[in-house]
Write a protein that binds this ligand. Sequence first.
Ligand code: COA
Length: 408
Amino acid sequence: MKYGIETISMYVPRYGMDLRVLSEARNVDYKKYQQGIGQEFMAVPSPDEDVVTMGANAAQQAIEGIDTNSIRTVIFATESGVDQSKSAAIYVHKLLNLPENCRTVEMKQACCSSTSAVHFALATVALKPDQKVLVIASDIARYGLESAGEPTQGAGAVAMIISAHPRIMEIDSDVGYFTKDVMDFWRPNYLDEALVDGKYSIKVYMDALDHCWKNYQETTDAHFNDFHHFCYHLPFSRMGTKAHLHLARHQKASLASKELQQQIEPSLRYNRITGNAYTASLYVGLLSLLDSKELNLTNKRVGFFSYGSGCMGAFFGGTVLPGYDRFLNTSERVAWLRDRKHLSYDEYVKFYNHALPQNGHSYRTSRNRTGSFRLAGVENHQRIYESVPANVGAASHSEKALAAAPVS
Ligand code: COA
């Protein structure tokens, strides 16, 4: 029996900023962002979006055509959760009107919990092949204004139905793991922005990759050449290239640099124009690869390296299934990314500085361009979510309503 991804979809905010604008504001050579880090555009969530609305928007597409009665588990992976107690999966469960007889849970281990969610889901469907698991990875990557991490910000969500009837990709059960207590990136509860030692994190990432690959090889006897393409966790797209060249060098791969580039480049395209999406980032990379129209990926083997600071890593493989491209909404995704509104620097700062009140008092967020779900505000310490009637998200396009207004 095969287990793997039956459907996969992505949501990215409808606003973003060209990194040329940031490079001017920060007086940094744009080539540093574009070539040195590999980023050209970053997604910026509006004040009426959070990980719940982004996750619900991605999941709404992922469950299209799926009998929701078969979804018995929803796993929400995030490191920018909205509550210390209640799982974001419950909010999504309600917004999507999923059946009551369902378990809902949130998972955390930096950018890697999405991969653990996928593997827990695979184990669930292997035990209960008639059930499906909805896995959602949703995050807002936020660093300080004027910090080194600022150009690597981004946001987005990926949702997948994991089942015993995969249509996109079969995922292997073998995984190479690595865990070590390090402080390369973390966010204490009292901070809104992550703390990161970027250079150290690159080093630890590579170290985790080596250990995961070694453990994967010990488990499977696999070789570098068994894979046609690779997807890496992408805090910024150049990290994927660095990691791939590092692994190839360590494995003494006999491929020319152009061939190595072809193994990785298709998975970097979306990250370059959306930025980091933490837990979702690896799977944004997978969608970027799958949406590459010039490639026929049928039966191609893909190697995945998932990394979560702190740190934990996982290396595993999957095989793209025949007909996979019929189950992807590639044209819609490409159009969505193309049609995003470009923010000016001042608009970006306004969005960045927007914060919900810390006292839980009544508050209404301004209506901006969103997907089908938005955060309407806060009432008595409770987040209030609402559906956006069809076309309103696009039509409202409220450039004038950039600032959020408290209830008077
Ligand atoms: N033209 C082309 N390339 C340039 C350049 C220019 N004008 N100026 C600098 N560069 C290159 C540098 O040589 C460097 O390349 P290298 O990595 O091959 O050496 C690259 O751009 C980055 O420059 P650097 O000086 O190292 O940048 P930085 O100090 O601003 O930090 C990051 C970059 C990525 C470390 C930083 O943005 C960061 O910490 N981001 C967050 C990452 C994260 O979240 N990690 C944890 C989760 S995995």
